[in-house]
Design a protein around this ligand. Structure first.
Ligand SMILES: Cc1ncc(COP(=O)(O)O)c(C=O)c1O
Length: 496
């Protein structure tokens, strides 16, 4: 006779939550609702790109009160989240460097969420691990790196930059900072452009190098790191007893999309035996384009590259490649032992290439490789090349319209799909705080009206309007409409 079970019955709540038929029904309804959402956005319906609600009021609309019973309507709740969301698939979304993800990749993301293969170790990611190896290899080849290249996928460009800089420190500090701590040697620093993304200085501070750990090298008049200034910056730092271990170059930069001169910087790094990290979070995808690959010429000489697939490969966030020219370096970023996960631990075990958790901050990691791998296989590389070419062409088209218009000022010709400009109609104040206020006020009105979504940022010239052209379905009519919108929203602010 079987032993009496001590186990209470499975609660109905849990049976319901895991019911495959409920999943099927809700899934069909949800996909229909999302397809309608996509169709409305791409058809430029009259609903706003961003249905603006003041933050405090938005919080009131989402009370922290959840029912005890499970009678809620999942699809209805999600439809509410969709209805109030900013619509990246609307062709008049001209905002941050966050793309409208290719819908097929969102389906792959659903698979990743449902399977939840945590993939710190191969056993927990028997398809995600080989997919990650394939995606990283593919990225390394696109960058022109040798067969010895390797790396990992991680959750975002910020974490990618930190990961690369941790490896750079191990390789070039001249002592084992991971084990002994940074205080065991002279103060460490990297040189980078004043335009470097803030995640670089954040990573430096997290590593304990403080304020002086990211030494800004002046940029040129196209907002690129001025490579002729590297020598003086290095000398000055060394004279202060600082151990400069590398240079961080941007390809392209966040503010204006400028690509630093990688070949010249690589020459300098090679001569000075410095690590070269290229923050290609936004622009490494230019390597896919036959027309724009020249922007990243020299990237193959980098020791490490950060490449966000959730930017210029139009994948859902977050999916970042950290590619090392010498793949073994990627084991040095996080060199500690976790013997319960990795049988052999450090040393021999560190070459357990099939256990990605050895080399990332994440232990449990989302199946991000599955998403890119499936998208690349199903859509083909040409789709991604077209995405880069189309969005870069949009950047140039918007810049040309701004340049042609007498009441607009283009700040700098865009290298890629990030454009910065100012509205300077007759009667507008000269550059200074009042012109800054004009840009900010017009931008705020455009935002609140919701027909377009654009940004503002501050450059050396002052406050400027800024757009990343991330939606490949944006057309001339949208770009023309933006200029009309700015003029009409600002009309009462200037006396002509
Ligand atoms: C050049 C650059 N590096 C790094 C990042 C940070 O990437 P993530 O938002 O994926 O952390 C960004 C984000 O905009 C960026 O533009």
């Amino acid at each position: 006779m079987p032993a009496m079970s001590m186990l209470p019955p499975i609660p109905e709540t849990l049976r319901g939550a895991y019911d495959p038929e409920r999943f099927r029904t809700e899934g069909h309804r949800l996909i229909d609702a999302l397809a309608d959402h996509l169709a409305r956005a791409t058809a430029r319906d009259e609903a706003p790109v961003l249905p603006w609600v003041e933050p405090a009021r938005a919080v009131e609309q989402w009370p922290a009160a959840y029912a005890e019973d499970g009678s809620g309507d999942l699809v209805g709740e999600l439809e509410r989240a969709v209805a109030g969301a900013i619509r990246l698939h609307h062709p008049r979304y001209l905002g941050h460097q966050v793309p409208p993800p290719m819908p097929g990749a969102a389906l792959a993301d659903l698979v990743a969420a449902l399977l939840n293969n945590g993939m710190a170790v191969y056993e927990m990611g028997p398809t995600a691990v080989p997919a990650e190896v394939a995606v990283v290899r593919w990225m390394a080849e696109r960058l022109g790196m040798p067969a010895t290249a390797g790396g990992i996928l991680t959750s975002g460009g910020s974490l990618g930059n930190l990961t690369a800089l941790l490896a750079a420190r191990q390789a070039r500090a001249g002592f084992d900072a991971w084990t002994a701590g940074d205080h065991a040697g002279p103060p460490l620093a990297v040189l980078c452009s004043a335009q470097a993304h803030y995640s670089v200085s954040r990573a430096i501070r997290m590593m304990g190098w403080g304020d002086g750990g990211a030494i800004a090298v002046p940029d040129d008049d196209a907002y690129r790191l001025d490579a002729t200034q590297l020598g003086a910056a290095l000398e000055a730092a060394r004279a202060r007893g600082i151990n400069v271990i590398g240079v961080v170059a941007s390809a392209g930069s966040t503010g204006t999309g400028a690509f630093d001169p990688l070949d010249a910087i690589a020459d300098f790094c090679e001569a000075q035996q410095l690590w070269l990290h290229v923050d290609g979070a936004h622009g490494a995808s230019a390597a896919l384009s036959k027309t724009h690959a020249h922007l990243v010429k020299g990237i193959d000489r980098a020791d490490s590259v950060t490449w966000d697939a959730h930017k210029m490969m139009a994948m859902p966030a977050l999916i970042t490649g950290v590619v090392f020219k010498d793949g073994r370096r990627s084991y040095e970023a996080f060199a500690q032992e976790a013997s319960y996960l990795y049988a052999a631990g450090r040393g021999e075990g560190a070459l357990e290439w099939f256990n990605p958790g050895l080399r990332t901050l994440e232990c449990t990691k989302r199946m991000m490789s599955t998403i890119v791998d499936a998208a690349l296989r199903a859509l083909g590389v040409q789709t991604f090349r077209d995405y880069v070419d189309r969005t870069f062409a949009l950047g140039k088209a918007l810049a040309a319209k701004i340049d042609d218009a007498l009441d607009f000022e283009l700040i700098t010709p865009p290298a890629a799909n990030i454009v910065c400009w100012r509205w300077r109609p007759a009667g507008a104040p000269p550059p200074g705080p009042a012109l800054d206020d004009l840009q900010a006020t017009v931008r705020r009105r455009v935002l609140e009206r919701g027909r377009f979504y654009i940004l503002q940022t501050r450059l050396a010239t002052g406050v400027v309007l800024r757009s990343a052209l991330m939606n490949p379905l944006t057309e001339d009519v949208d770009l023309d409409g933006l200029l009309v919108e700015i003029r009409s929203q600002g009309a009462d602010l200037v006396r002509s």
